[in-house]
Design a protein around this ligand. Structure first.
Ligand SMILES: Cc1cc2nc3c(=O)[nH]c(=O)nc-3n(C[C@H](O)[C@H](O)[C@H](O)COP(=O)(O)O)c2cc1C
Length: 195
């Protein structure tokens, strides 16, 4: 899964984690992989999430006004793939993992490093995504000694190599250096059934 696009290589030097964002309302639930999550405020503690409004989970996210962010462990490429390359339009992804509901009701993956429970405060369109700002209302460690997964370790798992422009204004970047990207092409499909 080597990355060819120079702009994607440039973006991959921005340090980002990999998360599973869980949403729920009125008996419906979904979860999707997101790398575009960042801390934006200390008082109150707030997170920003950039979400594609085409995601099946988007209407649930907006109508419920809540979500939970599970931080994935460094060896959980398979979970990033399951929640990032499959949609609730086709299957109930959460049936394939162990999860529990946060106080908000949003699903949290039991196998994560930690989680944040969030309440949406505001949203702002941003290109082909919508940036959602949310107050962190709760959270905890799940496997605190585990190392968080980094987005740059996933190569082109999200297919953005083709979606990003290959160059910015005046042909930047001029250099097309390979960055230290670790990739994996074998994703284990056995996640264990939830009872
Ligand atoms: C590594 C990775 C990172 C992703 N990051 C984001 C992201 O930050 N925001 C987003 O809206 N979608 C992101 N996606 C895409 C969604 O996870 C994907 O479209 C998912 O299938 C949506 O599921 P849903 O239709 O059940 O909501 C990412 C996918 C992968 C594989």
């Amino acid at each position: 899964m080597s990355v060819q696009n120079p702009v994607k290589r440039l973006f991959m030097t921005l340090t980002q984690g990999v998360y599973v964002v869980g949403v729920a309302e009125a008996g419906l639930r979904d979860a999707f992989t997101a790398s575009s999550v960042m801390q934006v405020s200390l008082q109150p503690p707030m997170l920003a999430l950039a979400v594609n409004p085409d995601n099946a989970s988007y209407p649930l996210l907006i109508s419920s006004g809540i979500f939970a962010v599970t931080v994935l462990q460094d060896d959980q490429h398979d979970l990033a793939d399951l929640f990032g390359n499959h949609s609730a339009r086709d299957e109930d992804k959460l049936r394939r993992v162990q999860w529990h509901a946060a106080t908000s009701g949003a699903p949290v993956l039991d196998a994560g490093v930690s989680y944040f429970d969030c309440r949406i405060v505001t949203k702002q369109p941003a290109g082909d995504h919508v940036v959602v700002m949310a107050e962190v209302t709760g959270g905890d460690f799940l496997h605190a000694s585990a190392r968080p997964l980094q987005y740059s370790e996933l190569g082109d798992m999200d297919g953005s190599d083709e979606l990003l422009p290959r160059h910015l204004d005046d042909g930047w970047p001029k250099r097309t250096d390979e960055i230290g990207v670790e990739t994996s092409t074998s994703h284990t499909k056995d996640f264990g059934e939830k009872g």
